[in-house]
Design a protein around this ligand. Structure first.
Ligand code: ACM
Ligand code: ZN
Length: 529
């Protein structure tokens, strides 16, 4: 062997070793120890777990599906040359979602006290695998990992009201969230421009309210042009059950949002008796805040919403039900004799207190059903319902105020977590967006615990959530582009201990994730360019 060949061989050996030795997990785990050596996975490796445990069978099945899809093989159920073991054990002691990974050259064990923890251990394990196998082998570094999340609410919202996305995409979206250990999918199902959930008692919601006659072209701020094409779509109750089950199998809770008292033009178009004037109303064709809202003086409104929530609670086992509450103009209430009568009779000071009356009634209804109401921070106006949880979107102010009042909060400020904002200042080279500028680094920098809160008040911050509003996101690949890689930053700021966050290190780990996303057929904004 010539000196040059030997030298080349050594370089290749070192670079293989180096590539096997870097760990690029997102979100960064609490503790990773590289032990030295390799663990090789191939078609002779087995996946062992208690076959009587249906949760573990489900997780193992998803792991094998992933391997099959990306690498063309799945793992043996019988004893192989090496093994990956999934073990439920109370001894782990890393909370409800924590896990450990222990390894030597022949054996890897993922242990947790809960199936959720095992699922997260598997997500980390998947990210240890190289994107491309070498001669049918997936070599990974021998590591030990100890990991658990910082926050219990690691959320992402998708608006399907402005644009409708098919069931197949909702599943792909949930898969993406699961990869990064996001555990809440907030499904924004009702809007001025379209109602998307089948309610058996009110069939016109899916005959009339899901359909708009046309859609504004370009930015609503300065456009007078419409496309002249009808647009609609909704999820049947069977499809919703399928999605809820699909998400649960990936340890994601689906929190449905049914907007009230604003953002309700589409409902009023079908049931005009629920508005202050009786109409006529239409499903809106342009984005923005609209004045057609539920009449708060009409008992029929509350009967309708209670009926809707009955069906919603049947479909969604989530403890939290989101009732919107944002951006409700008060003009119609000011002019409406029924609303004014309600204000007088209930001794309310003004229309803000009427909104508070509305939300408090709905909270009582949900509370009696054993559910918790969550709403956007406008529900603070006129007084919070006694047990309400606040989703703080107009900055952190609402969240801080609610936590100081001893209410639970989820932080979702426009400044750091609105994924409908531009990802670059070079707007000409980005798809049209609602506005703003929210690059990856800014998302990453967010800390959901405001300094203004005491240690005790901070306990009310359940976590954080990023929102994908879709006025300007008409397609699935565009939705993926707005989601990624900002979702990776969200996952790290909700999962990883704040003291371990490091943007430069995150960027290095992201380098590997871009190629993984490519291999999985997921679109993203490429910050490598
Ligand atoms: C919101 O962005 N209107 C909650
Ligand atoms: Zn009214």
């Amino acid at each position: 062997m010539s000196l040059r060949v030997t030298f080349t061989a050594i370089v290749i050996m070192f670079s293989l070793l180096a590539s096997a030795q870097t760990v690029s997990i997102i979100p960064q785990p609490s503790k990773v120890t590289i032990k030295g050596g390799e663990f090789v996975i191939n078609k002779d490796c087995s996946l062992l777990f208690d076959q009587n445990n249906s949760d573990l069978s489900g997780i193992a099945g998803l792991f094998n599906d992933y391997l099959k899809n990306l690498y063309g093989f799945s793992l043996l159920q019988s004893v192989g040359s090496s093994s990956i073991k999934l073990v439920i054990s109370d001894k782990v002691g890393l909370g409800n979602e924590g896990y450990t990974i222990e390894m030597d050259g022949k054996k890897a064990t993922i242990t947790s006290s809960t199936p959720a923890g095992i699922f997260y251990g598997v997500q980390s394990f998947k990210q240890l695998l190289p994107v491309k196998p070498e001669a049918g082998n997936l070599a990974i570094p021998v590591v030990e990992i100890e990991d658990q999340p910082t926050f219990s609410w690691r959320g992402n919202m998708l608006d399907v009201g402005r644009h409708f996305f098919p069931v197949s995409f909702i599943k792909k979206y949930i898969d993406i969230l699961a990869m990064y250990k996001i555990n809440v999918f907030h499904w924004h199902l009702t809007e001025d421009q379209g109602w998307r959930i089948e309610i058996k008692k009110y069939p016109k919601l899916t005959e009339v309210s899901h359909w708009r006659e046309q859609t504004v072209v370009g930015h609503a701020r300065d456009s007078k042009e419409y496309d002249g094409r009808g647009y609609g779509g909704f999820y049947t109750q069977e499809q919703i059950k399928e999605i809820v089950k699909y998400a649960a199998e990936r340890y994601i809770t689906v929190v449905p949002e049914i907007e009230m008292p604003g953002h309700t033009s589409a409902v009023l178009a079908a049931y005009p008796n629920l508005g202050c004037t009786g109409g006529p109303y239409k499903v809106q064709e342009i984005w923005g805040v609209h004045g057609d809202v539920y009449c708060a003086g009409n008992e029929e409104t509350f009967k309708f919403l209670e009926d809707v929530l009955d069906e919603v609670c049947e479909l969604f086992p989530s403890e939290f039900i989101h009732i919107g509450g944002d951006e409700c103009p008060k003009g119609a209430w000011e002019e409406c004799p029924k609303c004014q009568k309600r204000i007088k009779e209930e001794g309310l000071a003004d229309e803000h207190e009427l909104q508070s009356y509305f939300i408090k009634r709905m909270e009582k209804y949900l509370d009696n059903k054993g559910r918790r109401l969550i709403g956007w921070d406008e529900i603070l106006e006129g007084g919070l319902p006694p047990k309400a949880t606040v989703m703080s979107w107009r900055g952190e102010k609402g969240g801080i105020e609610a936590a100081k009042q001893h209410h639970d909060v989820v932080m979702s400020p426009t400044t750091h977590l609105y994924f409908d904002y531009y990802q670059s200042e070079d707007r000409d080279n980005e798809p049209l967006a609602i506005g703003g500028f929210l690059p990856l680094e800014k998302v990453y920098s967010y800390n959901p615990l405001p300094e203004e809160l005491s240690a005790e008040e901070k306990k009310h911050v359940l976590g954080a959530q990023a929102n994908v509003w879709t006025e300007y996101i008409p397609s699935t690949s565009h939705a993926e582009y707005m989601l990624l890689p900002r979702l990776c930053a969200l996952s790290e700021l909700t999962w990883t201990p704040a003291e371990l966050k490091n943007f430069e290190d995150f960027q290095k780990r992201m380098e590997k994730h871009y190629s993984r996303l490519e291999a999985l057929g997921i679109n993203f904004k490429d910050y490598r360019k």
